[in-house]
Design a protein around this ligand. Structure first.
Ligand code: F6P
Length: 595
């Protein structure tokens, strides 16, 4: 289905530059003169329908229900209602979501859906799809959905249809990816490109790495992709130590093209390449850029003909399907990349049109919110039973925690409720032999998203060992059962366990899980899964009434680090201008480094 026709945010105030918008809310310690300048934009108006959750009737109802939820016994709940497993399950786009093993009942779900209505989430969703500047602190539209809109769709920003721009960049990416994959794009000495090194961090790294790992089976194995992100030079060293610069292509990926990690790594890469390739002309064949900042790209020395652009209405952590996915496209090819985009779009349409009770992002968001705000769960484990998804939780950490790790509401007043939980996880079954002990018997409940695919990509196994995939799937299902239903002291005693050992061998159960059983991993399915989480984050942020699309919390550390760099390198005298702890650490470092 085509994306909806949308209108531009006609009444939107004039856009301010990112720099001034940033300055206006920079923390006091890091502030500059410009931060206090009189040019600061006026405070945005929060739409009246954006009601604070704790002002709703539904929130009060949920608060009353929480006591029952906390003492709920899933054994009894399943025994009482034989249809519970199917009643609290839904399926769309090849994703079967079973949320029945959460501490919910029909009254809870009714209240959660009432909360959606009272908090104006559907209006907010409409505003996002319509290109309104819902990123209020930066006065920007939030239109990652436009990145995967089909060609004929119309989505306007400031009165201009942006979909043709998206497809123009996609077309350029495709021509470039094809040239690299086919060997038509050659390095400076005429050799084929064997390794693509993406240099980027945060949203300019996590999505591409996660997708490369997830879709390795769909990738051109003759070209390897590597990812350098950390400012720690060991990252660059390890990723390049065995490479031939004549066969290496660097993709410098940075929305702003000012991020210190990426720019430092990119400068190092250029020096590394030129040391061996000798001629500055080699840069054109070995460096391309992905950015919104053409001026900085040119300043770095990359011809803007070799730059793939995107736009300020794409947040870094929502950008893996923009040109930031260039390394993904080189790896899996343009056709598979189109499939990935189609998967994102499938989920956008599902999110936009499916009734809330059958809407996967709504359901994941509401269950998560119930666990976080009413049952007091502080973390969520994402546990994919799929080795290809081994970077999924790292990716989701940024998506969820940078988006919703906020403590003030859209109007700047403190949140009177909890926001983003800590997201973490590792693939099953590895995690079972590491941290599941705590999930089963620890003192803090950890809701889990258990994710598995029905079909393996490779049927691996032997007659003696059995089929790996059946064993894998048996494990995920067993974990869901064990977490929900546990093992009572009576059951442990009945096994002949001595009395003193019974408490140690008892499993309390009632640990919440969602199980997502998905048909098969493919580029399209990956797109659906990622968009599912993107929209889950949207719904939660919308109810929590925070801006899910800014990230001021990362700024202070960046500013302070810049001040400390010359003090460490010895190019500036240590002024001992910090607190006594930081001063002593700087002095120790300098002494050990002989500075
Ligand atoms: O520091 C946080 C952040 O701004 C992320 O939001 C972003 O994904 C990352 O840095 C990288 O930014 P850029 O793509 O501009 O280099």
């Amino acid at each position: 289905m085509a994306a909806p026709k949308t209108r531009s945010a006609a009444k939107r105030p004039t856009r301010t530059s990112t720099a001034s918008a940033r300055a206006s809310t920079a923390p006091a310690r890091a502030s500059t003169a410009s931060a206090r300048a009189s040019t600061a934009p006026a405070a945005p108006t929060v739409p009246a329908w954006h009601v604070a959750p704790d002002r709703t009737k539904a929130w009060k109802r949920l608060t009353a229900l929480a006591r029952k939820g906390r003492s709920m016994d899933l054994r009894k709940a399943f025994a009482k209602d034989r249809t519970r497993g199917t009643a609290f399950s839904t399926e769309a786009l090849g994703i079967h979501l079973d949320y029945s093993k959460n501490l919910i009942d029909r009254a809870t779900m009714d209240a959660l859906f009432a909360l959606v209505a009272e908090c104006g989430v559907e209006k907010h969703r409409k505003a996002m799809f319509a290109g309104e500047a819902i990123n209020l602190t930066e006065n920007r539209a939030v239109l990652h959905v436009a990145l995967r809109a089909p060609k004929g769709a119309v989505i306007k920003v400031d009165g201009r249809n942006i979909v043709p721009d998206v497809h123009e960049v996609l077309g350029r990416m495709e021509r470039f990816a094809d040239a690299v994959r086919s060997g038509r794009w050659r390095g400076h000495t005429g050799k084929r490109i064997r390794t693509v090194v993406n240099i980027g961090i945060g949203g300019s790294d996590l999505g591409p790495v996660m997708a490369y790992e997830a879709l390795k089976d769909f990738s051109e194995r003759a070209i390897e992709c590597r990812y350098v992100s950390n400012i720690d030079g060991e990252d660059f060293y390890e990723k390049t130590r065995d490479l031939d610069p004549a066969e290496t292509l660097f993709v410098v990926s940075s929305k702003t093209f000012t991020t210190i990690e990426t720019m430092t790594n990119a400068q190092t890469a250029r020096a590394w390449a030129l040391k061996r390739l000798k001629s500055p002309a080699a840069v054109a064949k070995h460096f391309v850029a992905v950015s919104t900042n053409a001026a900085e790209v040119a300043k770095f020395g990359i011809d803007t003909a070799n730059m793939f652009g995107f736009w300020d209405w794409v947040g870094g952590r929502y950008s893996m399907d923009s040109a930031i996915g260039l390394s993904t496209m080189v790896a899996i090819g343009p056709a598979n990349f189109r499939e990935l985009l189609a998967g994102f779009h499938d989920m956008d349409e599902h999110f936009r049109t499916a009734p809330a009770r059958r809407n996967l992002p709504f359901l994941l968001a509401l269950i998560g919110l119930w666990n976080r705000d009413f049952l007091g769960c502080e973390t969520v484990a994402v546990l994919p039973y799929c080795q290809y998804l081994h970077r999924l939780s790292a990716y989701l950490q940024q998506l969820e925690m940078e988006s919703n790790g906020k403590r003030v509401q859209l109007d700047g007043t403190p949140c009177r409720w909890q926001t983003s939980p800590v997201i973490w996880g590792e693939p099953g079954t590895n995690g079972q032999h590491a941290f599941y002990q705590m999930i089963h018997q620890g003192t803090s409940p950890v809701p889990c998203d258990l994710i598995a695919f029905a079909h393996p990509l490779h049927a691996v196994g032997s007659k003696e060992g059995g089929e790996h995939h059946d064993i894998l799937l048996a494990n995920i299902l067993a974990q869901g059962e064990a977490l929900a239903f546990g093992k009572t002291p009576a059951e442990v005693r009945a096994e002949g366990t001595p009395a003193w050992l019974v408490p140690h061998r008892t499993f309390p159960g009632n640990r919440p899980t969602n199980t997502m059983l998905i048909e098969r991993l493919s580029p399209r399915m990956l797109g659906r899964i990622i968009a599912l989480y993107e929209h889950k984050v949207f719904v939660q942020g919308s109810i929590w009434r925070v801006n899910s699309f800014d990230q001021w919390g990362v700024e202070l550390g960046k500013v302070l680090a810049k001040r400390i760099i010359p003090e460490l390198s010895g190019t500036a005298p240590s002024k001992a201008a910090h607190d006594s702890s930081t001063n002593a650490l700087i002095a120790r470092y300098r002494a050990w480094r002989g500075r």
